[in-house]
Design a protein around this ligand. Structure first.
Ligand code: IMP
Length: 435
């Protein structure tokens, strides 16, 4: 039995989908354990592009069970639409499994997400407006509606009546929005529940049986560790735990995990508001945004861009227990004269190498950079580290050293053959192949 988790080490959009898809080849089960349809994975396969929101990317491989664990928040409407799109593209959904304990996102969560963001004005979080925060709020506040509740007409009716009464008070009296209609929500969402019913099981039972049977389990973290509710740049975070959420969100013990694969880009990007010490709001940022096509999959927003931050990566390594590094998008840096890595911060005259909890302190941090000469050569055909120009090799090796992690893969472009695998995480052997 092997349990491997894939997590993003920055603020999301590190290219986890491709790595998860690759690792899913040797996995029996692929599980999402947190987040909802705020995530967006794009996968290119046989000339076709798939945009996945909630369903794990393992769905594109036949015979893989794909689990939506109890720790996710699930929007039945968008999940039914995603299933329909995949069906139309000829992808089988027969192996999808949904936890009966997963909480569902309803229209009032989305309405409240938008209303709260407007209400926050200058302090807005920059959410994806998918109702994620309000759905997790209800879960913690113990008024949430779970998949198992949605399937029971009486329970759903009762819970929806109670919840909607309060949410409509909030929407109309505090946020001055229109009230939502009970009958419309009930009939629409009960029907989605009926369509999803065949996928719903106790997924923790399923995963624990698989562990007993010695299966390979892959866990797909959504977002990135700097967006983790506990370990990210709070409050500019999402409302779940990509870092350590796997055990709680899948219903398995922590001893089931042997590897935590951390995915990072060779620079940094972020969508939404919040601190970003190495941000480049200048021609370097513009250059990298264009070269890396850095626009949100879900929101289409232009992403904020900055230099690689080793303080961030070390923070993520520690709080998530990352064991190996997948470094993506090295090619995006081609053409720059000088490339920088932030190796520490200066805070109030002192050098620090940890990520402060206080937003005020982060705002006062000045990055301390190491500078590297860039490269001009096209690296998009590299098949191994030694194919990279010396300056690129030095840059990559320094990252691995600074972050204290061995490199499992690196990528020089978006296509499968442009991600080079150096180490087989499942078998722990050294490879020289590509995804
Ligand atoms: P929420 O998850 O929609 O509540 O958004 C909270 C923060 O997380 C915002 O800054 C979003 O932009 C960010 N976020 C949520 N999901 C993703 C993602 O998949 N990639 C990158 N950022 C994300």
């Amino acid at each position: 039995m092997s349990g491997t988790v894939v997590v993003g080490m920055q603020w999301g959009d590190e290219g986890k989908g491709k790595i998860t898809d690759f690792l899913s080849r040797d996995a029996d089960i692929v599980t999402r354990y947190q987040g909802g349809d705020n995530a967006g994975h794009t996968i290119k396969e046989n000339g076709q592009t798939y945009h996945l929101r909630t369903i794990p990317s393992g769905i594109l491989r036949a015979n893989k069970t794909c689990v939506l664990g109890n720790g996710i928040v699930l929007n039945p409407k968008s999940l039914v639409a995603e299933i329909t799109r995949l069906h139309e593209a000829g992808v089988s959904i027969d192996n999808l499994v949904i936890s009966d304990r997963a909480h569902i996102i309803l229209p009032y969560h989305i309405a409240l997400d938008q209303a709260q963001e407007n209400y926050r004005h200058d302090n807005k979080i920059g959410t994806t407006n998918r109702g994620i925060g309000p759905a997790y709020t209800d879960k913690a506040e113990r008024s949430g509606i779970r998949m198992v509740d949605l399937l029971d007409k009486d329970v759903f009716a009762k819970k929806l009546t109670i919840n909607l009464k309060f949410k409509n008070e909030l929407l109309t009296k505090i946020y001055h929005q229109d009230a939502l209609d009970y009958d419309t929500i009930f009939s629409e969402f009960f029907e989605y529940g009926q369509q999803l019913k065949k996928y719903v099981v106790d997924s923790s039972e399923l995963l624990n049986h698989a562990i007993e049977d010695g299966k390979n389990l892959l866990f797909e973290g959504a977002q990135g560790i700097m967006l983790d509710l506990d370990h990210g740049t709070y409050p500019y975070v999402t409302s779940s735990n990509p870092a350590g959420g796997v055990s709680v969100g899948a219903g398995i013990g922590p001893q089931a995990i042997n590897h935590v694969v951390g995915v990072a880009k060779a620079y940094t990007s972020r969508v939404g508001d919040g601190p970003f010490p190495t941000e480049q709001t200048n021609e370097i940022g513009d250059y990298l945004r264009d070269a890396g096509h850095e626009y949100g999959v879900v929101t289409k927003r232009p992403r904020r861009i900055g230099w690689l931050d080793a303080v961030v990566l070390n923070h993520s390594r520690k709080v998530a227990g990352v064991t190996e590094l997948c470094l993506n998008s090295i090619d995006v840096l081609t053409g720059l004269e000088t490339i920088k890595i932030c190796v520490a911060y200066e805070l109030h005259g002192q050098r620090i190498d940890y990520y402060p909890a206080s937003l005020k302190d982060i705002a006062d941090c000045t990055p301390i950079y190491e500078e590297f000469p860039g490269w001009q050569e096209d690296i998009t055909h590299a098949q191994n580290l030694i194919d990279l120009p010396e300056n690129a090799q030095r840059y990559v090796q320094r990252i691995s050293e600074l972050v204290k992690l061995p490199l499992a893969t690196f990528s020089v472009g978006p296509d499968r053959e442009q991600t080079i695998v150096l180490k087989d995480v499942w078998k722990q052997s050294v490879l020289n192949g590509h995804i």
